[in-house]
Write a new protein. Structure first.
Length: 428
RNA sequence: GUGGCCUUAGCUCAAUUGGCAGAGCAUCGGAUUGUGGCUCCGAAGGUCACGGGUUCGAGCCCCGUAGGCCACCCCA
C-alpha cells in the first residue's frame, strides 16, 4: 500500500485516459470555433461570495458541496474552489466591462471543477467540464443554438443514445405564483409524502418534481405543471425555443420535472441524458438560461445562457460503448546501437532527427542490441535506426520493424529517408 | 450527510474447517560475439488497505479507520 495516494474523489489521468480527454478537448475547441465562441480562463477559486450569491445560498452545491479553502489569518477574504464555471465567467464579464463588447459575448472554457461530494463511479470531487456561455442575448434562437452545440458535441464525440430534455422554469414574474400553487398541491397530499420529501417541500418545492422515489411517481404525474403556469412572455419564449430546435432537427423531449439544481436559472432549462447504461450517472451535461445572474453579481441586468458538459462521464460512457482508446503516438523510429555503451552516438543521431521534426526515441538503456530491438517493437516504432561499424564511413542500418527488411542508409540522407517513410506511412 | 457490499504483487485473481502467501499478464535479466516479434529458463516485486482485539497460531473471526463500488441526497 503506497504511503501517499490521490485524494478521495480525485484520480490520476494516466496517459491512455488523458489521451481521451485530449481528444474531447480538441473537439470542444474545434466545435466552439465553428460556433463563434472565444476561449476564456478564470481562476480555479473565487471569493466564496461569488458562488454563494451566484449559485444560491440554499442550493446543495453551496450548502454541502462547496470546497471551501481554509482561511488564512492574514486575509479577511474567504475562498472556495469553483463548483461550476458559470459564476466565475459572469464575474469576469462584469469585472472587465464586457457589456461594451459586441453582444452576445460568447465564451467557452474547459477545465476542472470541484465539489465535496461522496464519490462514485462517474462522480468525482475533481471533475472536468466543457463549458459554453453566451451572455447578452435574450432571444430564444440563441437558446436553440446553444442546445444544438451541446447535442453536436456528443454526436461528434461518438456517444450513442444521448437524449435532450428541455423545460421552462419560468422567471421572477411567473415562478413565485407557480411555486405557491405547487406547494399548496403537495400540502394537500401531505399524508402521502415520504418523510424526506416533506422536509424538501418547505425548502424548495420544485425539487419534489424530479424525485426518484417511486411513491412520488403518481403524485408528480398529477402535479400542476410549470409549463401550464408560465407568464405570457415565458410561454412565448419556450414555444420559440422548441420551434427553433425542431427547425434545426435537434430531437428533444419536454420534461416538466426538469428543474435544475442552481438558483440562477430562468426560463430555458435543459439536460443531456444517456439512457440504457448501468449506474445512475446518466446526466452527461446540462444548462439553462440565467437572465438574473449578471445583475446578481453586480453588473447591469443582462441575459445569458450556457451549459456544462461532464467530460469524465463522456469518457466513461464512450468506454462502456466500446470505443477504443485513442491510438498512442508511437515513435517513427528508435535509435539503437550495437555498442550498448555508446549512448552519445544514439543521442546525437536522435537529436539530429528530432531537429528535423521527426518523432524519435533513443534507447539509452545500455542493453544488448537484441533487447533494444525488442523494446523498439513493443514501442510500436515503424523503424529501428541501428548504429554499428558502418558508422565509420557514415552509414547506419534502417530496419523496417514491421516488414523485417533492412537497408544501409547514409547518415546524411537519414532524416530525408525517414521523413519520406513517415509521409508514405501516414497517407498509406 | 445516510445505508449496504468490497479491499491479497503494477494489473486480473487464487489460497481446505484459522496452520509456512500463489498463478497468469506486465517489468527486468539469461539462452556464446551485430538483429525484435514465437519459445524456454530465471529474478525482482507483499506490513494480505491501515490500526486494534480474540487465539498456541489470523489473509480467513470481531471492532475501528481509510479507500473503492452500489443505492439515497444531488448532480456533471
Amino acid at each position: 500500500m503506497p504511503t501517499y495516494r490521490a485524494p478521495r474523489g480525485t484520480r490520476d489521468l494516466l496517459p491512455d485516459e488523458r489521451a481521451v480527454f485530449d481528444r474531447l478537448t480538441r473537439l470542444a475547441t474545434d466545435l466552439t470555433e465553428r460556433y463563434g465562441y472565444r476561449p476564456i480562463e478564470t481562476p480555479l477559486f473565487e471569493q466564496t461570495a461569488v458562488f454563494e450569491r451566484g449559485i444560491g445560498e440554499v442550493t446543495d452545491v453551496v450548502e454541502k458541496e462547496l470546497f471551501r479553502l481554509a482561511p488564512r489569518t492574514d486575509e479577511a477574504e474567504s475562498w472556495a474552489l469553483r463548483p461550476e464555471p458559470t459564476a466565475g465567467i459572469v464575474r469576469a464579464y462584469v469585472q472587465h466591462g464586457m457589456q461594451t463588447w459586441p453582444q452576445p459575448v460568447k465564451l467557452t472554457t474547459t477545465g476542472p471543477m470541484f465539489r465535496y461530494d461522496r464519490p462514485q463511479a462517474g462522480r468525482y470531487r475533481q471533475f472536468w467540464q466543457f463549458d459554453v456561455e453566451a451572455i447578452g442575448d435574450p432571444g430564444p434562437a440563441i437558446d436553440a443554438e446553444v442546445i444544438e452545440l451541446g447535442h453536436r458535441f456528443y454526436a461528434e464525440a461518438g456517444v450513442q443514445g444521448v437524449e435532450v430534455l428541455v423545460n421552462s422554469i419560468g422567471d421572477p414574474v411567473c415562478r413565485p405564483a407557480y411555486i405557491a400553487t405547487l406547494t399548496a398541491y403537495y400540502r394537500g397530499h401531505l399524508a402521502e409524502l415520504p418523510a424526506t420529501e416533506k422536509d424538501r417541500l418547505e425548502r424548495n418545492a420544485l425539487r419534489l418534481l424530479d424525485s426518484k422515489d417511486p411513491d412520488m411517481a403518481g403524485l408528480n404525474a398529477a402535479a400542476p405543471r410549470i409549463t401550464d403556469h408560465l407568464c405570457e412572455a415565458c410561454a412565448a419564449h419556450f414555444d420559440s425555443v422548441r420551434a427553433h430546435l425542431t427547425a434545426l432537427g435537434v430531437p428533444f423531449r419536454v420534461e416538466p420535472g426538469l428543474v435544475r439544481g442552481l438558483d440562477y436559472y430562468t426560463r430555458t432549462a435543459f439536460e443531456f441524458y444517456v439512457s440504457g447504461r448501468e449506474g445512475q450517472q446518466q446526466a452527461l451535461g446540462g444548462g439553462g438560461r440565467y437572465d438574473g445572474l449578471v445583475a446578481l453579481l453586480g453588473g447591469k441586468p443582462t441575459p445569458g445562457i450556457g451549459f456544462g458538459l461532464g467530460l469524465d462521464r463522456v469518457a466513461l460512457v464512450l468506454a462502456e460503448q466500446g470505443h477504443a482508446p485513442a491510438a498512442t503516438a508511437a515513435p517513427l523510429a528508435v535509435v539503437v546501437g550495437a555498442d550498448p555503451d555508446d549512448t552519445v552516438g544514439r543521442l546525437r543521431v536522435a537529436s539530429r532527427l528530432r531537429a528535423e521534426r521527426l518523432r524519435v526515441r533513443a534507447d539509452l538503456a545500455r542493453r544488448k542490441l537484441g533487447r533494444q530491438l525488442e523494446a523498439a517493437s513493443k514501442d510500436g516504432a515503424h523503424f529501428a535506426v541501428i548504429l554499428g561499424d558502418e558508422l565509420a564511413d557514415g552509414h547506419v542500418q534502417v530496419r523496417d520493424l514491421q516488414a523485417g527488411s533492412q537497408r544501409l542508409v547514409a547518415l546524411a540522407d537519414l532524416a530525408r529517408e525517414l521523413a519520406r517513410a513517415e509521409t508514405t506511412h501516414r497517407h498509406g
